[in-house]
Design a protein around this ligand. Structure first.
Ligand code: FAD
Length: 475
């Protein structure tokens, strides 16, 4: 995609070469803070932010390497897929994005390595073998990547600094707030007060001035994808082209066509008003900061849509990292507020109007055509409309035998079929709907207790429900 937006961004980036790196974006994980002399390179261990440009972790790693006159390497550790959530949909999107990263690296004289195994197992040996002197990595608040970080920290020799940069959030998670926030209301001011400091231009990652003597092995991407033990029945959707270029093209079409509808029609599942950017943001193919900058700069024709879009992209999204970072019980009912746990317990034995199993839900075999249509949309397209995601999850609470089962089923379905799944947004989205995270108590009713309720009739007041059902529900 060589669209106008990409040209403009490249031009801006080259003008922004001298932009400073704000050190609040990083935290030093190791005891060692400074690199020792005598090493042969700097490593960016890429994990959540799978892109070259607009990546504060890579910007930091390159700066360090340039300062020490050293070559620059990037590693991605591909650990063995291990659950029913590992599908062709996710791995295909990820590996194609990484292939684009590897190509860009070649042009920039940065060595890109695809390592097979979990980071704790494979990185330390790689670092020792190449005599690398410092490791920079990106940030995720989720348990598994935090465990990888811990494993690498333990296995690295004491003298090698391990530095983590929050390259995903506009305002670094630890700067936005040092504690678990109660709701969007309590974090909004904290984030927006920091925007003048952090919502800045990003400097260009440039052709690296020091070539490595040992270059990276070539990667057979098709063979890599073919060798993985993944569920190939969950296929790759055609509408979403993986990688940064595909994401930039989607951003461009959003600004040109859909942004003007976002302000007024974002809750209408029949309208084409959303950005559709969540898969690229989830895999780090696109930087949310770049998206925010471009929408602010080029969205003047749709000025009423810009503030609500920034609210979703920055405030709501960064609130989910805050939740997962500071609440280790995310993903389980115990991670909900006390009032919500109590009300759900109080109503655990209420009679359910309908009772479905996970399999019936997965196969969209309910009495509710709207719910079935939303489930079909997610299974076939890899993305359910944002408004329906709330309705969909709340009905799972209503129709399963316990709130625990409802939450685990919603997470399973969301994370298996949504291309943007397995992300803090998914944990919080499901927990908002089912156990009131970041919400307040509402009038008490059966099954839901004080959890906010949604029903079919309410949907018919908001949008043309039969039209959506006809589109996605074959029966
Ligand atoms: P747009 O409306 O165009 O928004 C732009 C960006 O803002 C999104 O890409 C996303 O990064 C962010 N955003 C939008 N809405 C929210 C929100 N409510 N919370 C946090 N960030 C938001 N989002 C995911 O990225 N992955 C998930 O797995 C996921 N699961 C969800 C499950 C449920 C039950 C619910 C209620 C919500 C879930 N969301 C999830 C949040 C939201 O629905 C999606 O981010 C949004 O629909 C993605 O579509 P879009 O990119 O077109 O959004």
């Amino acid at each position: 995609a060589g669209g106008w937006l990409q040209d403009l961004v490249m031009q801006q980036r080259s003008e922004e070469k001298e932009m400073k790196f704000n050190k609040k974006r990083l935290r030093v994980i190791s005891d060692a803070e400074k690199m020792k002399p005598g090493s042969e390179g700097v490593l960016y261990w890429m994990s959540r932010d799978q892109r070259v440009q607009d990546n504060w972790a890579l910007i930091r790693a390159q700066k360090l390497a340039v300062k020490e006159d050293l070559p620059l390497h990037i590693c991605f550790c591909l650990s063995a897929p291990k659950s029913e959530l590992s599908t062709l949909r996710h791995y295909g999107f990820m590996l194609k994005g990484l292939e684009e990263v590897a190509e860009e690296c070649k042009a920039l004289d940065i060595q890109f390595h695809l390592l097979h195994g979990s980071a704790g197992e494979v990185l330390p040996g790689f670092i020792a073998d190449r005599s690398l002197g410092a490791v920079v990595t990106d940030f995720s608040p989720l348990k598994e990547p935090l465990q990888w970080l811990e494993d690498v920290k333990k296995a690295l020799p004491n003298h090698i600094p391990l530095i983590q940069v929050d390259a995903h959030n506009v305002v670094p998670c630890w700067v936005a707030s040092p504690k678990l926030e109660y709701s969007a209301r309590t974090i909004r001011g904290k984030i927006t007060n920091h925007l003048p400091e952090f919502l800045t231009d990003l400097p260009l990652v440039e052709k690296h001035p020091h070539t490595a003597t040992r270059t990276a092995k070539p990667i057979d991407w098709d063979k890599t994808l073919a060798s993985l033990q993944i569920d190939r029945a969950v296929s790759e959707p055609q509408w979403a082209t993986p990688g940064t270029k595909g994401g930039m093209a989607m951003l461009e079409s959003f600004i040109d066509v859909r942004l003007k509808l976002f302000g007024s029609q974002r809750n209408d599942p029949n309208a084409n008003a959303l950005s559709n950017l969540s898969p690229w943001i989830r895999f780090g193919h696109l930087s949310a900061q770049r998206v925010a900058l471009q929408v602010q700069r080029n969205g003047k024709h749709a000025s009423q849509s810009v503030p609500p879009f920034i609210e979703e992209l920055v405030v709501r999204r960064e609130l989910t990292d805050n939740y997962c970072f500071y609440n280790k019980k995310y993903g389980s009912l115990e991670g909900a507020y006390e009032w919500a746990q109590k009300t759900l317990r109080d109503h655990a034995n209420d009679e359910r109007p309908f009772l479905y199993t996970r399999q019936q839900l997965e196969e969209a075999q309910t009495h509710d055509k709207l719910w079935n249509a939303a489930q079909y949309q997610m299974v076939s397209e890899g993305k359910m409309h944002g408004f329906l995601r709330m309705y969909w999850a709340k009905k799972i609470l209503e129709w399963m035998s316990s709130p625990e089962e409802a939450l685990s089923t919603a997470l399973y379905l969301n994370d298996r079929y949504s291309l943007d799944g397995q992300d803090p947004n998914g944990f919080v989205g499901c927990m908002w709907s089912i156990c009131g995270i970041h919400d307040q108590g509402w009038a008490e009713r059966a099954v839901f207790g004080k959890i906010r309720y949604m029903n079919y009739k309410g949907c018919t007041r908001k949008f043309d429900v039969p039209r959506f059902e006809r589109k996605f529900c074959p029966k």
